[in-house]
Design a protein around this ligand. Structure first.
Ligand code: NAP
Length: 259
């Protein structure tokens, strides 16, 4: 299926690895030119080179912390006008509800709520002027079903979800389509580090911790960045124009709910 977006330009934040990279590769496979971002320059350049060589699209790589004002300014300057924005950043650390202080919340809000909002505010006006745009925010299954140790994520992402719910409906009529993708457990470095946390807490091995977490997923396995990226590319496609402000859960059935 041709998604009808060849030749468009996308900014994919936090995309040298994991789910962001999955989204970048799926867009590149559709002929979308990319601006990639991550803090670590080495992995970023490796990913950029791989995507250029594999898909033949233009790739600009910007090493910067997207959660800082300076980092965003650097990325936005290199990106210029883009048709597609995929918002992503690292997730907050796990912990206990009683431990987090104001500063911890501010950090989580900055990374997982205020950063995507700042990028939406910077890039959506141009999309509106050009009459076409797509925004996909990578949030978390924790928006639908809270994860006890990830209270900072539960809180910050819920805030972004509320903002997107209202904003998506104000820009849809101008050709800009905005939705959220909610990952359940996917096979990335983030999942491995959470497995390590579970193993430490349980006194088990990382392999045992993974098996235990896989058993909570009806699909019986972790998701892949490739599956996730393909869904992102569809939400960025010409065919997604009537999908507005939705929260699409990719979790192998882990959230047990009818709707
Ligand atoms: P990951 O495998 O750890 O990859 C994170 C990517 O983001 C890397 O390329 C990393 O590169 C980059 N990055 C991290 N912080 C950044 C920053 N401040 N500025 C720019 N780039 C940054 O993570 P993931 O599993 O793909 O997860 C992506 C998002 O989905 C996270 O917010 C995570 O919490 C959420 N999520 C993931 C899962 C899961 O199971 N994987 C489940 C639910 C939610 P550098 O380190 O070099 O910057």
């Amino acid at each position: 299926m041709d998604l009808g977006i060849a030749g468009k330009r996308a900014l994919v934040c936090a995309s040298s690895k994991g789910l962001g990279r999955g989204c970048a590769e799926a867009l590149a496979a559709e002929g979308v030119h990319l601006v990639l971002n991550a803090r670590g320059a080495e992995a970023l350049e490796t990913t950029a080179a791989h995507i250029r060589a594999t898909y033949g699209v233009e790739v600009v790589a910007v090493a910067a912390d997207i959660t800082t004002e300076d980092g965003r300014a650097k990325v936005l300057e290199a990106a210029g006008d883009v048709d597609i924005l995929v918002n992503n950043a690292g997730g907050p650390p796990p912990g206990m509800w009683s431990d987090w202080e104001r500063e911890d919340f501010i950090k989580a809000l900055d990374a997982n709520m205020l950063t995507p909002i700042a990028l939406i505010k910077a890039l959506v006006p141009g999309m509106i002027d050009r009459g076409w745009g797509r925004v996909v925010n990578i949030t978390s299954g924790s928006v639908k079903s809270p994860i006890p140790v990830l209270g900072l994520s539960n809180s910050a992402r819920a805030g972004l979800t509320g903002y997107v719910a209202g904003t998506s409906r104000q820009v849809a009529g101008k050709g800009v389509i905005m939705n959220n993708l909610l990952p359940g457990i996917h096979d990335t470095d983030r999942a491995t580090s959470l497995d390590q946390g579970v193993a430490k807490a349980d006194g088990s091995t990382v392999a045992e911790a993974r098996k235990k977490r896989e058993a909570t997923i009806p699909a019986g396995r972790y998701g892949t960045a490739q599956e996730f990226g393909a869904t992102c590319a569809f939400l960025c496609s010409q065919y997604a124009g009537f999908i507005v402000g939705q929260n699409l859960l990719l979790d192998g059935g882990a959230v047990n709910a009818t709707l």
